[in-house]
Design a protein around this ligand. Structure first.
Ligand code: NAP
Length: 528
């Protein structure tokens, strides 16, 4: 097929069509076979109306204006699941305009009215948790059980903020003069641009859209081009719940174009981003000319610190969960496992035994606990980190190579004798590789843990209450798990320090990100 000039330009913009890591033609014909499960799931989803492929602008489902599309692949098989609209600057500008218009009425509803709509959305998300979970597994690859868990987690933010909408209080301040009254109002900030990653296709959206809509803001969401289907299905359910046209828009496709349109628009008053630190920094700089409020949830380099006095079982289970969830592709994944001298060998053995039991496979297969990595680039990154560590003296205890299943499956891996000069100690691995680093004293552990530009999550395993407090307070991290490997919940604030980000999501603190504070000084009108 010969493409017109406009289409060619747009296709170059939509990286997915030219990305070698995804191009279906580069996938072997054997690996392109979609599993029977995946095929029947995608047919069922199509029939249910939840497999949406157009963008949502002003309450209408629309194609990209130049009719170009992006291919969404199943990372477990390489097969194309759907072609979705590949949008850019024009569609984004229209989405912003519709969001701005919707803001005028949505922000004037009572909190109770907004709350009811959000509650209905929550109920629909829960009612469709199986289909949404299937969509997540299809486009992102995580095991179905874990995907359905993400739906429950993602939906919990909508429920929480449906409730929290009614608790946005202002203040009355004791005045500095008897003929004045001083008031503080919290008002919705306006149109919000929300840019989200592929590793939690639903939850990273609901953590932003929940508090934004609850506050009275309206939103333009840009999901990752790798996982737009879950976002579109969630938006369909939002429409069914009564979220009015324009209050929630979804555009996907050419990320830099969409990002530029959101960042340069004076009508967009806030950018909320979850993704890599590199892109976050770019967005932060680009938000400066229009002085937008910015929230950033960026990359991590989490230490999981196992002290000699830890309960071995608890430390193994907690670190396993923190490391291998989503095949190691979460921002809070344990990236470095710091183990004290006295327990190092015992831990290495027990941990390797536990890792060996993980089941790698297609997320639709019963019993799978480890799905594929998202793409070839992710595999290459993991391979190069492992090579670097081994070349500098680290020893592979388990795994250490691509899985025999092929595609983007990687063996769950444990590496010992990792040191701070190896790349995997410094950068996010984002894959199923657990590096074990030895330390001697508590001071050493704190120094090694804090020796990074990241500051998102950290975990410590100890039976000493005093040490729990001391180390938790000394860690330069936004989140600390003590004898716990999975700590994120809608009722607690989630976010990083240092170069892991700005702002918090979840809890009452997450609501503040979507408000402006207005001070009103009321003088006495009868004053002479
Ligand atoms: P990414 O490459 O930074 O992409 C994140 C989002 O930004 C995607 O929607 C992407 O679009 C978009 N994007 C990329 N370049 C852009 C640009 N120039 N302008 C505007 N948007 C742009 O990150 P990722 O690989 O998807 O996600 C993995 C990263 O996210 C990891 O570092 C992880 O730690 C971090 N993360 C952090 C948290 C947290 O809460 N702190 C949670 C989850 C993930 P396309 O995908 O369409 O290109």
């Amino acid at each position: 097929m010969v493409l017109g000039a406009a289409a060619r330009v747009a296709i170059v913009g939509c990286r997915r069509l030219v990305s070698s890591s995804h191009a279906p033609l580069l996938v072997s014909s054997q690996s392109r076979q979609m599993s029977t499960d995946a095929r029947s799931v995608s047919e069922k989803l199509r029939n249910s109306g939840l497999l949406r492929t157009q963008g949502l602008i002003g309450g209408k489902w629309i194609d990209s204006y130049d009719k170009t599309t992006i291919k969404v692949n199943n990372p477990a098989t390489g097969e194309i699941v759907a072609d979705v609209a590949c949008m850019g600057v024009k569609e984004t500008n229209d989405a912003i305009a519709s969001s701005y218009e919707a803001f005028q009425s949505w922000s004037r509803l009572t909190a109770g009215e907004r709350s009811k709509v959000l509650r209905r959305w929550f109920d629909l998300l829960v009612a469709h948790k199986e289909e949404l979970g299937q969509l997540i597994t299809l486009e992102q690859g995580k095991p179905l059980k874990e995907a359905i868990g993400e739906v429950a987690y993602g939906a919990s933010f909508i429920e929480y903020y449906a409730e929290e909408a009614k608790r946005v209080y202002g203040d009355i301040i004791p005045p500095n003069s008897s003929d004045r009254r001083l008031l503080v109002l919290k008002q919705p900030i306006g149109v919000v641009g929300a840019i989200t990653p592929w590793n939690f296709p639903l939850a990273m959206i609901t953590r932003k859209v929940g508090p934004a809509l609850a506050s009275g803001c309206t939103v333009v969401v840009k999901p990752s081009e790798l996982t737009p289907l879950t976002a579109l299905a969630a938006a369909e359910l939002a429409l069914q719940a009564g979220v009015p046209p324009g209050a929630l828009n979804v555009v996907m496709g050419n990320a830099p174009e969409i990002g530029d349109a959101l960042l340069s628009s004076p009508q967009v008053r806030k950018i909320t981003f979850t993704g890599s630190t590199a892109v976050g920094k770019k967005l932060m700089a680009a938000a400066a000319p229009t002085v937008k409020k910015v929230s950033l949830e960026l990359g991590g380099n989490a230490p999981s610190i196992i002290f000699d006095d830890a309960n071995l079982d608890v430390a193994v289970k907690g670190t396993l969960a923190a490391k291998f969830r989503n095949s190691g592709q979460t921002c809070v994944c344990a990236n470095r496992v710091l183990v004290q001298d006295g327990i190092y060998d015992k831990f290495a053995e027990a941990f390797s035994e536990a890792v060996q039991k993980l089941e790698v496979g297609d997320g639709f297969k019963e019993g799978t606990t480890q799905g594929p990595l998202i793409n070839d680039a992710a595999i290459q990154k993991v391979e190069s980190f492992v090579q670097d560590a081994v070349s500098k003296g680290a020893k592979v205890l388990l795994g250490g190579k691509k899985h025999s299943l092929g595609m983007t499956f990687y063996e769950p891996t444990v590496i010992r004798d990792v040191t701070s000069n190896m790349i995997m100690s410094k950068e996010e691995i984002f894959g199923p590789v657990a590096p074990l680093i030895r330390f001697k004293t508590e001071e050493d552990a704190i120094r090694i843990a804090n020796d990074t530009i990241a500051g998102l999550a950290a975990y410590i395993f100890t039976n000493s209450v005093q040490r729990s407090w001391r180390v938790s307070e000394a860690l330069e991290y936004g989140l600390v798990g003590v004898n716990e490997g999975i700590i994120s919940t809608e009722v607690a604030p989630f976010g990083g320090v240092k170069q892991s980000g700005l702002g918090r999501e979840g809890s009452k603190y997450g609501m503040d990100e979507y408000h402006e504070i207005k001070y009103i000084c009321m003088g006495d009108m009868n004053r002479q």
